[in-house]
Write a protein that binds this ligand. Structure first.
Ligand code: G3P
Ligand code: CA
Length: 343
């Protein structure tokens, strides 16, 4: 184990975690039971469902409530009239929205690959949109089969938007988790949000750990016009976050930026500042394709080809992060274990 990783692990009492971002979404269509199951089989410590509600208030796993990018809804004549233009977090968006579909209707759709220009599409059309309850049942089944504890890392998507249209996420999320036995601070759950006020509200609703997501420093939480993400990662901002959350989930360049040549530069002080405030640091998103990697970790020139994701993950672990979100959790687990051995 490197000195830095050992120091972080000793301080926080745990080795860095690997969070399967939208499941093993580098290998299977994101946010499907198949993607989560593969992530668990690849050794992920946590699986990450992004959550949005259906018209009848059921939480389902999608990255956006607009679902034409990850399902076949646009090809379904029976749903053509459901196309809408809605304003989500201040921006107009046209498409098909989960809040206009009952769960029974949504279940007729099938998932597809989000980025076919980079990833295989052979599994398009095979998998349903899963509910949170189905994901929890999968976790229980895999825990029983493997003897491993598998964590949940749900994200509330657009929480103030959904509260405003009468479909709040927090109550069904906390109730569904509690019904499955997750309610203590020590349970393997982190609830995440890019917004502030719903995390503050969740802090009063549950002991489960909370993570403040940090987006583009030029932007800010959709529920707060007066504060930006850049201010939230100052020592003062981190102290404010620590009043209601247990960790931060920053975009990875806030931990290690890229230099003018597109290579990893020196780490910022964010990890040290966050740890000083008592916060864990789980950056996103680590992906194996050259397209996403820093130039010093690309292998060859094909943007679809796999580069040295393990090397990138190791660089972040050496910078002291407490976990990583990855579309390729199998690679990240191997990197974590190899990096700890000093490779
Ligand atoms: O939740 C961590 C990361 O997933 C945040 O980004 O847009 O992929 O949900 P996004
Ligand atoms: Ca997410």
């Amino acid at each position: 184990m490197s000195t830095l990783i050992a120091l972080a692990a000793a301080m926080l009492g745990a080795q860095p975690i690997v969070i399967a971002h939208r499941g093993a979404s580098g290998d299977r269509p994101e946010h499907t039971l198949a993607a989560y199951e593969l992530a668990i089989d690849q050794g992920a410590d946590f699986i990450e469902p992004d959550l949005v509600p259906t018209k009848d208030g059921i939480l389902v796993a999608r990255h956006e409530n607009e679902i034409s990018g990850t399902t076949d809804v646009a090809t379904r004549p029976e749903f053509a009239a459901r196309k809408r233009t809605r304003t989500i977090d201040g921006a107009p968006m046209t498409g098909w929205f989960t809040e206009d579909f009952t769960l029974a209707e949504l279940k007729r759709l099938r998932a597809k690959e989000r980025i076919p220009q980079l990833r295989a599409t052979a599994l398009d059309g095979q998998f349903e949109v899963p509910t949170l309850e189905e994901i929890l049942a999968l976790v229980k089944r895999k825990e029983a089969a493997t003897g491993r504890r598998i964590g949940l890392y749900p994200e509330t998507k657009h929480p103030s938007y959904f509260a405003a249209i009468g479909l709040p996420l927090e109550e069904p999320l906390v109730a569904t988790l509690a019904a499955a036995g997750y309610h203590r601070q020590t349970d393997p759950v982190f609830i995440q949000s890019f917004e502030i006020d719903n995390l503050r509200r969740l802090d009063g609703m549950t002991e489960l750990r909370l993570v403040q997501l940090i987006g583009d420093p030029a932007s800010g939480p959709a529920d707060r016009s007066g504060i930006g993400y850049a201010a939230m990662v100052t020592p003062q901002g981190l102290k404010a976050i620590a009043a209601y959350a247990d960790g931060i989930g920053p975009e990875k360049s806030a931990v290690i930026p890229r230099d003018a040549d597109g290579k990893l530069a020196a780490p910022t002080g964010l990890v040290a500042d966050a740890h000083a405030a008592g916060l864990l640091v789980h950056p996103y998103t680590f992906r194996k394709e050259n397209y996403f990697l820093p130039n010093d970790f690309k292998v060859g020139a094909d943007p679809r080809a796999a580069g040295d994701l393990a090397g990138e993950v190791c660089a972040f672990l050496k910078a002291g992060v407490d976990g990583v979100f990855s579309d390729n959790p199998g690679v990240a687990v191997k990197a974590r274990d190899g990096c700890q051995l000093g490779n």
